[in-house]
Ligand binder design. Structure first.
Ligand code: SF4
Ligand code: SF4
Length: 76
C-alpha cells in the first residue's frame, strides 16, 4: 500500500513539503496539473516513514499519509 497519496489537482508546487521531509523523498515534478502548477512527487516510497510532516505543513491539504496497520499486535 502506498504510504502517501496526493490530491495533485490541489497542489500549487510551493515546495514546502519538500523542505519539511526529513527523508528527502519529495520533489516538484515536471508534470503540470489542470491549474498549470507543477505537482509534487515521491521519489522513494520505501524510505518514507509516514511521519506526516509533509501533510501537516501543506497549506492546500494535498497530502494524505497512511500508517502501516498491525504494528501494535505483534505482527510484522
Ligand atoms: S510522511 Fe514524512 S517521510 Fe514520508 S514523504 Fe511525508 S515528510 Fe517525507
Ligand atoms: S506543500 Fe502542498 S501545495 Fe506545496 S508543493 Fe507540497 S503538496 Fe504541493
Amino acid at each position: 500500500m502506498d504510504k502517501i497519496k496526493f490530491r495533485s489537482e490541489r497542489c500549487k508546487g510551493c515546495g514546502l513539503c519538500v523542505i519539511a521531509c526529513p527523508k528527502d523523498v519529495l520533489k516538484i515534478g515536471a508534470e503540470l496539473n489542470r491549474a498549470g502548477y507543477p505537482v509534487i512527487e515521491i521519489t522513494d516510497m520505501e524510505s518514507c516513514t509516514s511521519c506526516t510532516f509533509c501533510a501537516e505543513i501543506c497549506p492546500d491539504v494535498v497530502i494524505s499519509v497512511f500508517k502501516k496497520m498491525g504494528d501494535k499486535k505483534g505482527g510484522k
